[in-house]
Write a protein that binds this ligand. Structure first.
Ligand code: GLA
Length: 717
């Protein structure tokens, strides 16, 4: 049968599967053998016309043993009868129109064995982002084993000087560290592990500059993000080209990281891989950032139009050492400063085992009577009386051995048959147990029911999985926990979001351990990193803003790094602004700086959170990394805020701050501040075209200084 179908014939339009992702896209087609081929991909990929017999085109999604046996394959299945190879042929193509694009499903089946593999490609042309994932199901005599199950596997051409940009990699407090490196022949894998806070190990996002180094405004760049709250993998297999000047073939794979642990899939059960969101810009990385921001707002974020609150958190002010009077004192200070919300962090709970340190109390979500004799209500009442909202920290997925919960349910934790290892003195509750999921949802529902004054929660998760396994899974399916646990956790988060639609949720996992577009669907924002040293933070926020809008990036002023308060404040103001300071011990001068920062946040938070980001001076690339500057422009271009930071001793000559994207004909009134003086300094008016061509002079001569400009278009022309 296969041989009969293999006769060459010219492709017709009806054969072509075109997906337009908004200015770029892909064309696939089934060849004469029914194999899915990549005819075109990239800026004009959706318009590609085949000129060769389709069998000469690369496979769109090679399977192990399906053709190219000599490269890592995105899909590797051991079938129920022991067959190691998979050979897929296209069965049908379904196009499902959406409000905002099209969802194309290419349904394939194995030529020999009862396995169905669907490629889902969902275009979102208004942002220019493509979502892609794979769904698998089989009807074989027994389970099949999945050893690799990526979501995308395009074949790309990489110039000899092509570059990869990856993020993080140093563990806690090192999220989003920016590394650019050449794409050399061989296989490179960027993988995260640990299940619960994998993105402390490695970000699920990456950039590829295929045609050679790219900049903010120039070059061909692919940006991708694996929307997965578990272990992820980005694989880059570059094949050496005999001619050193010729482009090299690059097979890109991205999806969940199986890490050698086979997923056992039973007949009739649908396996869905993570969504990979990706885009392809021909005008540099700024456009990649813009598209990801638009897509995140349109397709990921809860309540994207709602301005995020100005938060005062107490963690770094008090750690576990507080009582009712101290917190009420901080609430009053927060209100006096003009905050929207006071967030009470870790340490408020534990009755039999008070949470006075990180070794007790997790799991027992009743207020500690020693610290809070009247419970949480006096605090919510104090916040209400002061005119601000109240938020609370929870870590529902975890338990300390020293807790009533662990005493009652020692069997609820994730472990194997060995003595389970503690990590931050705690264990991870097994979300595959229905009673654990009920407990976790109930922790939140019960807390919010008991204290109606709470309208914001910080949801933390402070350990990875170290002895994976679940008593709910049979012996031969223990490794399924890596994937099933993500879905189970998302079910809990979805239930919480559904039951409490008006409660804003911050996502945190020892800082930025869950900085992914998948988990973020259930939240309003995330804690970008525990590292709040403003010099490091500028660089982290620069990298994070490549994929996430500033509304998502919680950024609090702290004492980390012992930097000047006006500098730390200016850095936090370019994210979702807040404080994590002991407001009760500020000097008068420091209070004045905080007040100026709050006033500035009030004037600019709509721009920062919802405007268009324009990144002007990079702190992570090039010879001079001592400076950074970013701008946020209102959608109608009538207002702009520009942040400039001198991070370190200046190296190189100062740049001019040229501002593209303003209305060239309008005149902008400009005022600047560095938060050390009350008055904003008026600066000469300038037209949009002057600001774009000549720009503004770099004003900062010394390290750890910042300047913020507010621009407003004068009425008329
Ligand atoms: C994690 C978070 C911190 C803080 C502590 C509390 O480390 O990232 O912001 O909430 O937990 O224990």
């Amino acid at each position: 049968m296969e041989a009969a179908r293999s006769k060459a014939r010219p492709a017709t339009d009806a054969d072509l599967i075109r997906v337009d992702a908004g200015g770029w896209g892909l064309t696939w087609a089934a060849d004469g053998n029914g194999r899915l081929r990549q005819i075109g991909l990239g800026p004009v990929g959706h318009l590609a016309e085949p000129t060769l017999d389709l069998r000469w085109y690369p496979e769109a999604f090679p399977t192990w043993g399906g053709g190219d046996q000599f490269r890592p394959a995105p899909l590797r299945v051991t079938h129920a009868d022991g067959t190691l190879t998979t050979r897929l042929i296209v069965d049908d193509v379904v196009r499902i129109p959406q409000d905002d694009g099209e969802h194309v499903v290419v349904r394939c089946r194995d030529a020999l064995l009862a396995l169905v593999v669907e490629h889902h490609v969902r275009a979102h042309p208004s942002s220019g982002v493509l979502e892609q994932w794979v769904e698998l199901e089989h009807d074989q005599a027994g389970p099949v084993l999945l050893s690799d199950y990526d979501s995308i596997a395009p074949l790309l051409l990489a110039a000899p000087n092509a570059e990869l940009c990856q993020f993080g990699g140093g563990g806690w407090a090192d999220e989003w560290a920016w590394t650019t490196e050449p794409l050399t022949p061989g296989t490179k894998v960027l993988a995260s592990l640990g299940g619960v806070q994998p993105h402390l190990q490695r970000s699920p996002c990456a950039l590829l500059s295929l045609a050679g180094p790219s900049t903010e405004h120039d070059g061909e760049v692919i940006g991708l993000s694996i929307a997965w709250g578990g272990n992820t993998r980005i694989g880059l297999d570059v094949r050496h080209a005999p001619d050193p000047a010729a482009p090299r073939e690059l097979r890109l794979r991205a999806g969940a990281n199986a890490d050698g642990a086979e997923y056992v899939l039973d007949p009739g059960v649908r396996f869905v891989t993570p969504t990979v969101a990706w885009t392809w810009s021909t005008v540099g990385r700024g456009e990649v950032a813009h598209r990801f921001h638009e897509w995140t707002r349109a397709r990921v974020l809860r309540d994207p139009q709602r301005l995020r609150p100005l938060v005062v958190n107490n963690w770094e002010a008090t750690f576990f050492d507080f009582d009712e009077a101290r917190i009420i004192g901080l609430i009053d200070r927060a209100a006096d400063l003009g905050a929207d919300l006071f967030l009470l962090d870790d340490g408020w709970f534990g009755t039999t085992h008070p949470r006075d340190a990180d070794d007790a109390g997790l799991g027992d979500w009743d207020p500690d009577p020693a610290k809070l004799p009247g419970g949480v209500s006096p605090l919510t009442a104090a916040a209400a009386a002061a005119g601000i909202r109240f938020g609370l920290w929870v870590e529902p997925e975890m338990v300390n051995p020293r807790s009533d919960l662990f005493t009652a349910h020692p069997d609820w934790i994730v472990r194997d048959r060995r003595e389970p290892g503690e990590y931050r003195n705690q264990h991870y509750l097994d979300p595959l147990r229905p009673e654990v999921r009920d407990f976790e949802v109930d922790v939140v529902d019960r807390t919010l029911d008991a204290y109606p004054g709470i309208s914001y929660l910080k949801w933390d998760a402070n350990r990875p999985v170290t002895e994976p396994g679940s008593a709910t899974l049979p012996a031969d399916r223990q490794a399924n926990v890596w994937v099933d646990q993500v879905h189970a956790t998302w079910d809990v988060m979805a239930a919480v979001a559904e039951h409490n639609p008006d409660t804003e949720l911050m996502l945190c996992a020892s800082g930025g351990g869950r900085n992914d577009h998948g988990t973020l669907r259930h939240f309003h924002e995330f804690w970008t990193s525990d590292n709040t040293d403003p010099v490091t933070r500028v660089r982290m926020q620069w990298a994070c803003s490549q994929f996430f809008p500033a509304a998502v990036m919680a950024a609090h002023v702290t004492r980390w790094g012992a930097q000047p308060l006006e500098f730390s404040s200016a850095v936090a103001l370019s994210g979702r602004f807040g404080f994590d300071l002991d407001l009760a011990s500020l000097t008068d001068d420091e209070v004045a700086i905080c007040r100026r920062a709050v006033a500035l946040a009030r004037r600019t938070q709509d721009l920062v959170q919802q405007g268009r980001l324009v990144r002007l001076v990079s702190p992570v690339e090039g010879a001079d990394r001592s400076r950074a500057a970013t701008a946020y422009v209102a959608p109608d271009r009538s207002r702009v805020v520009v942040f400039a930071y001198q991070l370190e001793q200046p190296t190189g000559s100062p740049p001019r701050l040229q501002l593209p994207g303003l209305d060239p004909d309008r005149t902008y009134q400009i005022a600047s501040t560095d938060l050390t003086a009350d008055e904003r300094q008026p600066e000469p008016d300038a037209t949009g075209s002057q600001l774009s061509a000549e720009g503004m002079a770099w004003p900062l001569p010394s390290p750890r200084t910042a300047r913020i400009w507010e621009l407003e278009a004068l009425p008329g022309r």
